[in-house]
Design a protein around this ligand. Structure first.
Ligand SMILES: *Cc1c(COP(=O)(O)O)cnc(C)c1O
Length: 492
């Protein structure tokens, strides 16, 4: 299996090369040259552990990894030290809504699913490519990626990680989780600006030749842990395969019965992984792309025009506060019939005019994708209503998806897997505020304890650690100072 850029299909890279490189030289994203198919029946997969399913899925894509290397990665990432649930993910079913809980990892959000294994992929890949330089990871985060990447890379030999987050754009708990992260090789810096400013700045540094030379002198080379890295995307395919097999096993659905998948979407990585799961053999009818008030994607799926020329809102589902969804480029590539020239043009339109419009043919191919959004008020209502009727506590991101499911369902009772992307403990203010607005004035950490006494939902250990540890970092900079800030950290 080789990987090619969405903007130029002449260079072919192995999986390990693509993982180390992160982004292609032409600015495109790496995609598999073709989609493989699952080698086992769903009935067989239904009897397997999460780790075994991970092996079956990942070995289809990482064909230059030996079986031994792949097991080393899987065992290092998906174990009961890093995940509090024996089966790594869990499914909570309420009627035809099946909440796929992806938040039992170290940072209680779904990005742990990929970021716990990516450092292992990189370690194996670096060895395979006989690299002499250490890996420097730069990550822009809207809250969850940063902590998950710091936890994943913490004290992993021959790596350093620097995370940038928008000051004021993440929750108090998210900020404290990052500022208290242990590890000699981890750093975190706040940027004045929003997430898109941070992501754009980091992307520019990656392709800046002067910076590549400068960090090379310190013995480093760049790599990316952002969801543009193919090594982030592939592990996310696993849980959709696993979830489908488990629903068969528990007889919630019949063999071959198609399902809908609904994902609270930001950078479009998670929902794209669901599409990859379908391509390798999971029967999926519709992909429901749920957004908050930053609804650029819902407009895109309705009109065929992606228009980033719009106000940016800071909402109560901050990990979805995004105007440029990077991973959409991969879907467009697949939908265009692998037409890299066309993708290059669309992305250049996006850079120059902040918008692009796809062809009728692509729109037609995109018809299994439905885009809708929830306002902040609707999100809060949904949290409250589901707790009142089913005693199920949702975080605001999951609630956005849940609301959107009701909005787009035809009351046909179709089985829907909803990606539950964060623990309610990550966003206690929004959750408790939904029950009673008086809580909106209280501190996150006070509300963590209130949430526990109110709902009896067990409080994760990682929250207690963030509550009780002193911050290790305090740097706040302007975007224009990002290069100096990076180089300073390599000198020490
Ligand atoms: C990152 C994140 C999302 C968005 O996922 P994408 O893969 O970027 O679309 C949704 N919910 C939570 C809690 C997240 O951390």
């Amino acid at each position: 299996m080789y990987y090619i850029s969405t903007r130029n299909t002449t260079d072919r890279l192995t999986a390990s090369q693509a993982i180390l490189k992160g982004i292609a030289d032409d600015g495109g994203l790496f995609v598999p040259e073709y989609f493989p198919t699952l080698q086992k029946s769903i009935a067989q997969l239904a009897e397997q552990s999460y780790q075994d399913v991970a092996f079956d899925v990942l070995s289809l894509f990482l064909t230059d990894f030996t079986h031994e290397e792949l097991w080393h990665c899987i065992h290092g990432a998906y174990n009961t030290e890093k995940f509090t649930h024996d089966s790594i993910v869990s499914i909570k079913s309420i009627g035809n809504h099946h909440y796929l809980e992806l938040f039992h990892g170290q940072t209680i959000a779904f990005k742990d699913m990929a970021l716990s294994i990516l450092p292992y992929f990189m370690g194996v890949s670096a060895k395979k490519q006989q690299q002499t330089k250490d890996i420097l990871i730069l990550t822009a985060t809207s809250g969850d990626t940063g902590k998950a990447a710091m936890a994943g890379f913490s004290d992993v030999p021959n790596t350093k990680i620097i995370v940038f987050y928008p000051k004021g754009g993440v929750s108090h708990i998210q900020e404290m989780q990052m500022l208290t992260q242990a590890g000699e090789n981890v750093h975190v810096t706040a940027l004045n600006g929003n997430f898109d400013d941070a992501q754009t700045a980091v992307k520019q540094v990656f392709t800046d030749n002067d910076m590549i030379d400068a960090i090379g002198k310190y013995g480093y080379q760049f790599s990316s842990a952002n969801s543009i890295n193919i090594g982030r995307l592939l592990p996310q395919v696993v849980y959709y395969v696993y979830a489908y097999a488990q629903l068969i096993k528990t007889k919630q659905i019949q063999i071959d019965q198609p399902i809908d998948i609904c994902v609270p979407t930001g950078n479009f990585g998670n929902i794209l992984a669901a599409y990859y799961a379908q391509q390798i053999g999971i029967p999926i009818r519709r992909f429901i792309c749920a957004s908050n008030e930053n609804n650029v994607l819902s407009d895109f799926f309705k009109t065929g025009t992606y228009n980033a020329n719009r106000p940016f809102y800071i909402t109560n589902s901050p990990s979805m506060d995004i105007v440029i969804s990077s991973n959409l480029e991969r879907l467009l590539y697949h939908m265009s019939g692998n037409d890299s020239a066309q993708i290059k043009q669309l992305m250049s339109d996006l850079t120059t005019t902040k918008r692009f419009t796809i062809t009728e043919k692509m729109r037609h191919n995109l018809s299994p994708f439905i885009g809708e959004f929830a306002t902040q008020q609707q999100t809060v209502q949904q949290i409250k209503q589901v707790y009142q009727t089913a005693q199920y506590v949702m975080d605001p991101h999951t609630a956005v998806a849940d609301f959107v499911c009701h909005k787009v369902s035809h009351n046909d009772n179709y089985p829907i897997v909803i990606a539950a992307t964060a623990s309610p403990y990550k966003f206690p203010k929004s959750v408790m505020g939904a029950f009673d607005p008086q809580y909106l004035l209280q501190d996150d950490f006070v509300l963590v304890d209130t949430l526990q006494s109110h709902t009896n939902l067990p409080k994760p250990d990682t929250v207690t650690v963030a509550q009780q540890t002193a911050p290790r970092f305090n740097e706040v900079i302007d975007v224009s100072d990002i290069k100096v800030s990076i180089l300073n950290k390599l000198q020490s």
